[in-house]
Design a protein. Structure first.
Length: 359
């Protein structure tokens, strides 16, 4: 039997209504009910000061990195084990609050609806980004804070705390998987077809030995047999979240993501599939995805620009893109260009990719 509270999760109209009011009508009241910081602050008012501080530090709720048991223990003059016990007991205390559902129910139905729209499985970081944009950028009272990275990180960490610790009856949190990055999944939801689809996508990319744009990878996915066998689960009417996806947080075209939510969410979640600084997808260990040497970076810059470049400009571009914390030196770039047969000199100091001659 479904009780009144659980019935909310089976009422699609109710779940859509919350999102629609925030996304389309920019209803501040509804957005406030999904404000993770506001929710956590209310719940933490029931805790002792030390309990609040330990949870805040452990889950990075101030917008900082998660702190270790050892570090927190040294601050409070407690053993590592004692800190762990206080953390667990504090979460348990929150779960037993009589008014807990009043604070988290709207967030629960929103998370449930978003998971449904994305095939029942979604990369943890991707969902946290959606919720953060929903709360900050679409809320007129908070939109001015949206550009503050520490504020955004604090919201992401608050959402993660609430979902990971207070919604486990409805969701599974899978942090370690051979196929996926950390994900949230609807409990008891069948996702074997997504696992098979993930394997097929990786195999096709590996066989092609080239990178793909988002549109190309979605098109490739739709040509697979496993996709066609499960179109009813993958291609379906879902709520329009284009205003959320237009945020700079999401680099792809909002309309494309919105109309391919399940496939795009799967692409985000596949463990060995990543995208480079120019938005191209490929296997995580490819040099075109994670360039390590200066030479790797030179090749990727030239390939992305698609035209000959002076070696000083290439060095500047490498530093501008910021593949990592290593700064490229123009002289080093020049030496690599001279020594590698993949590059050809087309004019004084200006180089092109040799492969372009065959195109």
């Amino acid at each position: 039997m479904i009780n009144k509270r659980n019935a909310l999760f089976f009422n699609k109209e109710y779940m859509d209504n919350i999102l629609e009011k925030i996304i389309t009508e920019r209803k501040i009241e509804e957005a406030g009910r999904l404000d993770a910081i506001k929710i956590v602050n209310s719940l933490f008012s029931e805790l002792m000061d030390r309990e609040r501080d330990i949870l805040t530090r452990r889950f990075g709720l101030s917008g900082d990195k998660y702190e270790t048991l050892e570090k927190i223990g040294s601050l409070h003059k407690l053993t590592r084990e004692r800190v762990r016990q206080i953390e667990a007991a504090s979460i348990k205390k929150i779960k037993k609050l009589d008014n807990l559902s009043n604070y988290i129910d709207d967030l629960k139905v929103t998370v449930h609806r978003l998971l449904e729209d994305h095939g029942g499985l979604i990369r943890r970081d991707y969902l946290l980004d959606i919720l953060t944009v929903l709360t900050l950028e679409l809320n007129m009272d908070k939109s001015e804070m949206a550009g503050d990275e520490k504020v955004r990180r604090a919201y992401r960490n608050h959402f993660n705390f609430l979902i990971s610790n207070l919604m486990v009856d409805d969701l599974e949190i899978i942090n370690k998987s051979e196929k996926f990055t950390p994900i949230f999944k609807l409990r008891n939801n069948e996702v074997s077809y997504l696992e098979e689809l993930a394997d097929n996508i990786l195999e096709k990319i590996d066989n092609s030995q080239r990178t793909f744009s988002t549109e190309e990878l979605i098109s490739l996915s739709k040509q697979l047999d496993i996709f066609n066998k499960n179109q009813d689960k993958i291609v379906k009417e879902t709520i329009n979240i284009v205003p959320i996806l237009k945020s700079k947080t999401f680099p792809d075209k909002a309309e494309i993501i919105n109309s391919n939510k399940v496939l795009y969410s799967l692409m985000q979640a596949i463990k060995n599939l990543e995208r480079n600084k120019f938005g191209k997808w490929g296997l995580a260990d490819w040099k075109e995805i994670k360039p390590k040497t200066v030479n790797d970076k030179i090749y990727l810059i030239l390939k992305n620009e698609g035209e000959p470049m002076h070696f000083t400009t290439i060095a500047e571009k490498i530093n501008e893109v910021k593949f990592d914390n290593k700064k490229a030196n123009a002289a080093t770039v020049h030496n690599e260009l001279i020594l590698d047969e993949r590059y050809i000199l087309v004019s004084r100091g200006t180089y092109a990719l040799k492969e372009w001659k065959n195109e």
